[in-house]
Design a protein around this ligand. Structure first.
Ligand SMILES: [Zn+2]
Length: 85
């Protein structure tokens, strides 16, 4: 089993009721995606420094099993398949 470390951030971790989750190799990439998500999916006009800090604080390191059938290039995933009702 090959495990690699990734950074991961979930919207629910910052108190948002949505299933958005992003994984990337660096915290910077996470920020990019999280900001994009905040403006597009959640209709924020801009990401306030407070929100940015919340996102940063919510980023955690996870180890991903690379033997899962996920191609390396697409390990950066955004999941919105589970929604709150
Ligand atoms: Zn969200």
């Amino acid at each position: 089993m090959i495990k690699e470390e990734y950074k991961q951030m979930s919207c629910s971790d910052i108190g948002t009721r949505c299933g958005f989750q992003v994984r990337a190799k660096s915290g910077d990439e996470i920020m990019e995606h999280a900001k994009m998500h905040a403006t597009k999916a959640q209709g924020m006009k801009e990401v306030w420094p407070e929100t940015e800090m919340k996102i940063k604080a919510a980023i955690k390191t996870v180890s991903v099993d690379m033997s899962e059938s996920v191609p390396k290039e697409s390990i950066l995933t955004t999941r919105q398949d589970f929604k709150f009702k």
